[in-house]
Design a protein around this ligand. Structure first.
Ligand SMILES: [Zn+2]
Length: 233
C-alpha cells in the first residue's frame, strides 16, 4: 500500500501477501531475504542500501547513512537525509511511524509499541530531526501505519489506569487504550501540525485487512513500512 508523504519520497506498507519482513520472527532467513528482494523490485529501491532496526521497545533514535550497517542495533527509530537510503520498520499490531521533513528532505521511521509510546518515541524523533538537521516541526509530515486500535487494544486494569493517569482519561475506555491518540498528542506537543498527521484507521486485529496481527496470531510475521528519498539527479 503506497503512502503519499510528499513528492520526493517513496513510502509504502507491505501486506501479508508480501510475506514476513522480520528475521527475528523466524528461523527461515532465506524467506525473509526473498520477501525483501521482492518488495525492492516491486517498489523499486536498492535492497543493498536498506536499513532496519532490531527494535527493542525503547525510544532511542539513530542517525544513519550509507556507511551504517544494514541492521541498526539497540534502537527503535532511524533517520537520514541521504537519498536512495531506504529505511524500514517492522510491525504486527505495533505502530510504524513515518516522518518526512518536506523542506529539508529528511526521513525517519520509528517503532511505536506500547512501551515506545509511553517513552515518547514520536517526540524523540521530532527532537532528533530538529537537533541534528535543523528541521522545523511545521514542515514535518507524519504517517501512522495500520496497527491495533482502541477497538481491540485491551490491557489489564492497572495498565489502563496507568494510561489514564499519565496521558489522560480520553485515551482509555474501560480497559481499552488508544496508542494512536497518545502518539498524536505527543506529536502535536512537539510542534507537528495536526493536519500533517495521518493515522491509518485500519485496525490490524479486527479489520480483516491483509496485515499481520500479533494478537491474532503470536507466531505471525511482521509487515513493514519503508520510506526512501528519491534521488535528485
Ligand atoms: Zn480493532
Amino acid at each position: 500500500m503506497k503512502i503519499d508523504l510528499g513528492k520526493n519520497i517513496k513510502a509504502f506498507y507491505t501486506t501479508i501477501y508480501d510475506g514476513n519482513m522480520a528475521y527475528y520472527t523466524t528461523n527461515d532467513k532465506l524467506s525473509v531475504d526473498n520477501n525483501r528482494q521482492n518488495i525492492a523490485l516491486k517498489y523499486d529501491f536498492d535492497i543493498n542500501e536498506l536499513k532496519y532496526m532490531n527494535q527493542i521497545h525503547g525510544n532511542r533514535i539513530e542517525v544513519v547513512d550509507s556507511s551504517s550497517p544494514s541492521q541498526i542495533l539497540e534502537c527503535d527509530g532511524i533517520v537520514t537525509k541521504e537519498p536512495n537510503l531506504p529505511l524500514m520498520v517492522q510491525v504486527a499490531d505495533c505502530i510504524g511511524v513515518m516522518f518526512y521533513d518536506s523542506v529539508l528532505d529528511i526521513i525517519g521511521v520509528a517503532h511505536a509499541g506500547r512501551n515506545g509510546t509511553f517513552l515518547g518515541i514520536s517526540s524523540q524523533m521530532v527532537s532528533k530531526m530538529i537537533d541534528t538537521f535543523g528541521s522545523n516541526p511545521k514542515d514535518i509530515k507524519v504517517n501512522l501505519s495500520p496497527s491495533i486500535q482502541k477497538c481491540c487494544y485491551e490491557v489489564d486494569a492497572n495498565m489502563a489506569e496507568f494510561v489514564a493517569n499519565n496521558f489522560g482519561s480520553e485515551f482509555t475506555k474501560g480497559r481499552f487504550i488508544d496508542l494512536q491518540g497518545i502518539n498524536k498528542m505527543q506529536l502535536i506537543k512537539s510542534g507537528i501540525i495536526e493536519e500533517n498527521i495521518n493515522i491509518s484507521t485500519i485496525c490490524t486485529k479486527c479489520s480483516n485487512q491483509p496485515y499481520f496481527s500479533y494478537r491474532n496470531d503470536s507466531g505471525c510475521g511482521r509487515f513493514a513500512g519503508v520510506v526512501v528519498i528519491n534521488s535528485k539527479s
